[in-house]
Write a protein that binds this ligand. Structure first.
Ligand SMILES: Cc1ncc(C[n+]2csc(CCOP(=O)(O)OP(=O)(O)O)c2C)c(N)n1
Length: 237
């Protein structure tokens, strides 16, 4: 204890007994946190995000339309860059994403593993065209084993996150563009049902009325660029 982090109060013991003991100690003490104030601040921040960070609206929309126990697997695409902060996780072990170097090729295979691990839960995989395409050969596996993962591919024909940085930091435009395929046709080539959404309304409608979570499915989301702009940095501004 104390080797990796300095410790102010070290407790070594059986977890249950220790937590029970801590509860006894804390009982009757008042928290110095003002929950009402914090809630008000949170609502204020969210209202700002709704106005200035359209990506936040997409993340919120997804939270609204997918079942609470959906296991969602993400890579760091442009719109979910704020997912770590703004996507409410409602049940344990339902939120997967590469941390640290945030590898973009993680989500597709990880979602297959997640579905196999918890076949009883819906599974949503969120990828960009850049991070998704190199791994979508795995659709063959998805088809072969009939794995009902829903893939949401945000296709902006580019490494959007990096395009944004290149523009902001170096004044370079267009350096991160990609020629991406038609993902609907690509999925259909694997005999996987595929749909296209071109607006937030389309996306909401698809999730509410056309997704049953019991078959492999791919949605290509071709959201207008301006709507999906935003990085975690600008979102917090
Ligand atoms: C394996 C790996 N290579 C490169 C990167 C650097 N990287 C971070 S985000 C990104 C672009 C992702 O593009 P895309 O998946 O199309 O999503 P978008 O940013 O367009 O929303 C890249 C290349 C990474 N995180 N992991």
């Amino acid at each position: 204890m104390g080797r990796n982090y300095p410790v102010r109060l070290g407790i070594a013991g059986n977890i249950k007994a220790s937590v029970d003991g801590l509860c006894q100690v804390m009982k009757g003490r008042r928290s110095s946190w003002h929950l009402q104030e914090l809630k008000a601040l949170q609502r204020e921040e969210e209202a700002k995000l709704f106005q200035h960070a359209p990506g936040f609206r997409i993340v919120s929309l997804l939270r609204d339309v997918i079942p609470d126990d959906t296991v969602s697997v993400w890579i760091s695409t442009l719109f979910p860059t704020g997912r770590k902060y703004y996507f409410p996780v409602l049940q344990q072990r339902t939120f997967l994403g590469g941390r640290g170097s945030s590898t973009i090729f993680y989500a597709v295979p990880a979602s297959i593993g997640a579905k196999l691990g918890r076949p009883d839960r819906p599974c949503l995989c969120v990828v960009g065209d850049g991070g998704g395409l190199p791994m979508l050969g795995e659709l063959a596996t998805v088809r072969q084993y009939n794995l009902p993962v829903v893939f949401l591919v945000y296709n902006n024909n580019g490494f959007g996150v990096l395009e944004h940085y290149m523009k902001q930091r170096h004044g370079l435009e267009g350096s991160m563009r990609l020629t991406s395929p038609d993902f609907v046709q690509l999925a259909r080539a694997f005999d996987i049902t595929a749909k296209r959404a071109e607006s937030l309304e389309d996306l909401r409608d698809l999730f509410l009325h056309h997704i049953r979570w019991d078959e492999p499915l791919l949605i290509e989301f071709k959201c207008p660029d301006f709507l999906c702009r935003g990085t975690s940095k600008s979102w917090k501004a």
